[in-house]
Ligand binder design. Sequence first.
Ligand code: HEM
Length: 394
Amino acid sequence: VFSSLFIDTPPTDPYPLYEVLRGAGEPVLVADRMWAVTGYESCEHVLTDNRFVNDMEAVGLHKGGPQWREHSALRMLGAMMLMANPPRHGVLRRSLQRRFTPLRTAAETGMVTAVARDLAADLAERGDADFITYFADLLPTEVISRFIGIPESDRLEFRRQIVAFNAVFERGVTTEQLRAADGAADDLSAYIAELIAESGTGRKETLLAHIANAAADETLPAHEAVPLVFQIYNASYQTVSSLLGNGLAALLDHPLQLQALRERRTSLASAVTEMLRHDPPVQSTGRHAGTKLVLGGTAIEQGDMVVAMVAAANRDPAYFPRADEFLTHRTVRPLLSFGQGIHYCLGAPLATAQAEAAFAALLQFRSIELSGESHRRPSANMRGYASLPITVVR
Ligand code: HEM
């Protein structure tokens, strides 16, 4: 079941397979020294118990073999905050905290709303358009580019590379995908290094200036600057695009829910939370046991991997009644879609702000309908749409 979820061609609808896995109990052994947990409590446990750590040596070996350091994509993955353990993780996270406070995000919301409105106006002009190409891909690209300080002429340039790099987050990355990810890592890091060098320090609001200042006052070691910007840039495009695509597809598939939202019987905030629960852009994340331990009554050896299947946890019937249904008025418990614990997604407020602004703009249309066949991206762990053709009437 695990292989058909992640290793072979991914299924269009993985959720019945998660239920098969849940039925096998947890933790369930899914490969040599690799376990999976599917319940809400166990996933939360794996993400918050500090005996579970990130082990890049093991991840590198698993994805790239003994010579994994020859792959620049895996070297970059290892340099990212996402893979860092304390105390280094704390140094990196603190260096960014001031740039990601709720106050700052609130200030950014005005910019996000303006970009969403412009893109919606363009959709209305077109009438028929692919929602992913003309909206879902453009909103996060524009927002994160302004946030980082990427010049306008370069903003659309690196989307293909980000998707190529993200293959490193798949559980069954192929040699060919890894080669493409290496090229993408090289291109992106060279570009980011150039941007940082050109940015200079000062009182500018961009993330680049913030990082350059942090490096100048030595709160951030200089060699951490490129991977840190890389992490933010990379984390923010495909994920948000997938939230918008998965969310719109769910709404179009549930006309009564769309109607409730139009009539303001449900709030945009709860609808976006339900989109994140029902079909999360990141389906699972892994940790390694830093020591020998017992999980759910099963002995886990030091170095074993445990995959927290957050998409399955989001449908844990013990936590979410009628878990398979898409109910925009649901009062949702804290979700695992942005992770949990020390690596909890730094960009969660920026991501939800974009989704709320996007759906607020789209709900202004008199009608919005699917106009053709949609297609999923070929990736399994990063779950989203490659195309979602729609017709809108203003
Ligand atoms: C819907 C959109 C998004 C989803 C579903 C998402 C999901 C996640 C998840 C699941 C994690 C934790 C992974 C783990 O623990 O292994 C994470 C971490 C992270 N995310 Fe997001 N993310 C989204 C958008 C963003 C945005 C917009 C940004 C930046 C502006 C961002 C920046 C980060 C960073 C920096 C981390 C690492 C935090 C750390 O290691 O301390 N994410 N994200």
